[in-house]
Design a protein around this ligand. Structure first.
Ligand code: GZL
Length: 314
């Protein structure tokens, strides 16, 4: 009852629920939907948790409001998937003042003092970008286009999000290795299908010789593919334009099977269990690794995609 509620940290042993506030980015992509589902199916009462979930509609000020609300509610843990990397010091100091541990998942925060969060778990975005560049080099080589002038465009994610920063950086590292590759343009598609289509429409109006479009998530690729077809061009393995993207959600497999998307570079969204493991360790007074990268693969049309899709968890 109220009298006993000292507002102290929840403790699974005493039978009290551990209250977790999750400041989620939004609902912009299939990846985000799978990530939200992972948290909502992990942080349930039968596992000893009470989840308070907030969808910030991709606005940082809403995430900051959510974190302040979690502090007011005296949650036991605050988890954040930060929409962009900067602008978090003040509110993290407030959480520290309140004695509430913060865990980051998915995207990273750029803070001067990393004691402001306990741990971060997510994808290695620079590596994802580099793997994409290496895949493109191999694919073009196989097509006998290893020395050809290749014109590329990039539909970036939300500018300032570490997934966008890393993937753009990773590809930039590879561009330096291929003097015959030219990045004609880069614009943000906000990680959404609608904006991805818009950006690709504008690229197709500006450039009539695009060979590759790099989409910084699968949903932008679905939009880009619609724009390519509407412009009377073709994409995929036998098409005019090579389309590659990041995330590897189920719909990306369907797009590859349909012959539209060439390849997708995985970024696993199922961070619920990983964050729960971090919380359990903190509850037990154990130390946790500050930076925890998840394993990532890639998938392309040379693979047995139906079989792989049948086993995909997201
Ligand atoms: C990646 C995540 C990105 C996904 C997008 O960890 O931050 O945000 O790639 C999502 O689909 O919108």
């Amino acid at each position: 009852d109220e009298a006993e509620d000292t507002g102290s940290e929840g403790d699974a042993d005493s039978g009290e629920l551990i209250t977790v506030g999750y400041a989620q980015v939004g609902a912009e992509s299939d990846w985000r939907t799978a990530n939200t589902e992972s948290f909502k199916s992990t942080f349930i009462e039968e596992n000893g948790y009470k989840l308070i979930f907030d969808d910030a509609q991709q606005k940082q000020e809403n995430q900051i409001k959510a974190i302040r609300s979690f502090i007011q509610q005296e949650v036991d843990y605050i988890v954040v998937a930060p929409v962009v990397e900067t602008g978090w010091e003040t509110v993290l100091e407030e959480a520290k003042e309140a004695g509430i541990p913060v865990i980051l998942s998915d995207r990273m925060m750029d803070v001067s003092d990393d004691s402001l969060f306990e741990a971060w778990v997510g994808g290695n975005f620079v590596k994802e970008g580099e793997t994409c560049g290496d895949w493109l080099a191999d694919y073009l080589e196989e097509q006998g286009r290893g020395d050809e002038e290749i014109n590329m465009v990039t539909i970036q994610g939300t500018i300032g999000a570490s997934a966008q920063v890393g993937r753009t950086e990773g590809m930039a590292n590879k561009l330096e290795e291929h003097s015959n590759w030219k990045m004609l343009d880069m614009q943000s598609g906000e990680f959404t299908q609608a904006k991805g289509q818009e950006v690709m429409e504008s690229f197709l109006k500006s450039y009539d010789d695009i060979d590759v479009v790099i989409c910084e998530n699968d949903n932008e690729a679905f939009g880009a593919i619609d724009a390519i077809k509407a412009a009377g061009k073709s994409c995929g393995p036998d098409g005019d334009i090579i389309v590659v993207s990041f995330d590897s959600v189920k719909a990306a497999f369907e797009s590859m099977i349909a012959g539209d998307l060439n390849a997708t570079f995985e970024c696993n969204p199922l961070h619920g269990p990983r964050v729960a493991e971090i919380i359990q360790k903190l509850e037990a007074g154990e130390t946790v690794d500050k930076i925890q990268y998840v394993d990532e693969a890639y998938f392309d049309t040379s693979m047995d995609l139906e079989t792989i899709l049948a086993e995909r968890a997201y």
